[in-house]
Design a protein around this ligand. Structure first.
Ligand code: ADP
Ligand code: MG
Length: 484
């Protein structure tokens, strides 16, 4: 499902590679014990190490290392038993050390791959080049004072995993599916909360174009994009900009560009000539990381069932369609909720209720699953009432809406409103006889061969019983009466 741009010189294919920065879920920073809570007052989570006071030494946070390994395993990637922290040197006001501790030639995680899910049950594999650990920088605040810039060092030293992809994506949709899949995987793993609004996940987006079959073209990189929608817009804009340049006989400069979501365009930040020479070298204050097999296997043993595995299980064991299974596993909370509803019940029915009525009502009210007024056991109880014939599917939808709006239990609503399905054959037969005698012309047409009219009679009987007649019982009695 690649994106193709048609030009005078032929079709252009878009090539995309992403570098995702994912903040490691951990109570402390990568090399200090400072807190990492989001939204704290500026400069309240800063140790002497984070402020780079003279003589301070970094101490590795073992939890952050385990999280990187766990993520690597979740990305089906090679875990490097020997890796090295390097200093990446540059000068910036919000980087008090004058360098960022990162990993360059020997990252903790090497090549891997993930599957992205596209429309129409199509899927593709995207290569992971590497994952390395690094510190975040502080934040320059330009909007606090008319002529001064302030610096907040709360983020200084926060542990990040940089996940680099191969240039394997061919459209904005594929890039979006990739980001969503990475987010889903790290959330399942508990290694990053994936919260793009809070900056816990952000992407550098590399884009180039080429005629299909040609070598890779020169790329531009758009930094720090923190929304999937903006990323897709930026890719479309940037690909078209590059095609226009190339079609006019020009060449694309390799540069870093900034996407402006307000104007919907990218503009140059710095060109390759101005690119930093980071003068990487191994950080002399830190030992290389060395793992033995036992360390890696201990982490592997704690991996949860990941979205792809869960999806296969939902298809093979519960009989769900691949589409429904994909929808249910994307967010771990949804999958957990669904499994509670489905436990001991008809899984397809449970899936329909979660995807149809529950999602519909959450959308209608702008709520998240976490604030759903209907719990998994509450929905389960409603489904039980359908399965044991107490209420019809149609009535159940009304009951669900009321459960959602009032928080009441299904059984109570059915009781209060007298919604119990009628299976009493006497009452149903009376309704059927009334419908038959009120519609002699339709009865004649039916008997004359117009089978489709059976639905009409069903509808009339259901209407006459306010939707409470058991449809199975109605069919059983109605059919022989019409077929005389
Ligand atoms: P750097 O370290 O300068 O950022 P890398 O070679 O590590 O450069 O690539 C960074 C990202 O750019 C990777 O995600 C990679 O997939 C992507 N990339 C590399 N070449 C291209 C290209 N020609 N078009 C699109 N993306 C590319
Ligand atoms: Mg880069």
């Amino acid at each position: 499902m690649g994106m193709i741009i048609q030009g005078a010189t032929g079709d252009w294919e878009v090539v995309i590679g992403l570098e995702i920065h994912a903040q490691v879920t951990s109570n402390s920073k990568l090399f200090s014990g400072s807190d990492t809570t989001y939204g704290a007052e500026p400069n309240t989570q800063v140790s002497f190490v984070d402020a780079a006071m003279p003589g301070m030494l970094p101490v590795i946070n073992e939890m952050a290392v385990e999280q990187a390994v766990r993520t690597g395993l979740g990305l089906n990637a090679q875990i490097n038993k020997f890796s090295v922290f390097d200093r990446k040197n540059y000068f910036y006001a919000d980087l008090p050390q004058g360098y960022q501790i990162s990993q360059f030639l020997q990252p903790v995680v090497g090549e891997g791959k993930i599957t992205i899910d596209l429309k129409d049950e199509e899927s593709r594999e995207i290569g992971i080049t590497r994952l390395h650990l690094e510190q975040d920088a502080g934040k320059s605040l330009h909007d606090q004072h008319p002529s001064q810039t302030f610096v907040d060092l709360n983020r200084s030293g926060v542990a990040l995993m940089e996940i680099v992809s191969e240039p394997d994506m061919r459209s904005p949709e594929e890039a979006a599916a990739y980001v969503k899949k990475i987010r889903s995987i790290v959330r399942y793993l508990g290694t990053c909360d994936g919260n793009m609004d809070e900056g816990s996940m952000r992407a550098d987006v590399n884009v180039s174009v080429r005629h299909p079959g040609d070598e890779l073209g020169t790329r531009c990189e758009m930094k720090n994009i923190n929304s999937v929608r903006f990323m897709q817009q930026a890719i479309v804009y940037e690909a078209n900009r590059q095609v226009d340049i190339l079609e006019a006989g020009g060449s694309v400069d390799q540069e870093t560009r900034l996407y402006d979501p307000v104007k919907g365009e990218t503009r140059s930040m710095r060109s390759k000539e101005e690119a930093h020479d980071y003068r990487y070298f191994p950080d002399p204050d830190l030992l290389p990381l060395e793992f033995d097999d036992a360390f890696i296997e201990k982490i592997r043993a704690t991996l949860p069932e990941l979205p792809d595995q869960k999806k296969s299980r939902f298809v093979s064991e519960l009989g769900l369609s691949p589409y429904d299974a994909g929808v249910l596993v994307a967010e771990k909370e949804v999958a957990d909720y669904f499994e509670l509803v489905a436990e001991g019940r008809d899984a397809k029915l449970a899936a329909n209720w979660v995807i149809g009525e529950l999602f519909g009502n959450l959308n209608r009210t702008g709520k998240n699953l976490a604030d759903s007024p209907v719990s998994a056991s509450g929905l389960g109880a409603l489904i039980d009432l359908i399965s044991d014939g107490t209420i019809s599917n149609r009535i159940a939808k009304e009951v669900f809406e009321e459960m959602f709006d009032t928080g009441k239990a299904a059984g109570d609503i059915v009781e209060e409103k007298g919604l119990k399905q009628v299976s009493d054959t006497g009452a149903i037969e009376a309704a059927i006889d009334a419908v038959i005698s009120a519609n002699p012309d339709k009865v004649a047409e039916y008997r004359g061969g117009k089978d489709k009219l059976f639905g009409f009679f069903m509808g009339q009987v259901m209407k006459a019983t306010q939707g409470k007649a058991n449809p199975g019982v109605v069919t059983q009695i109605l059919k022989p009466k019409l077929d005389i």
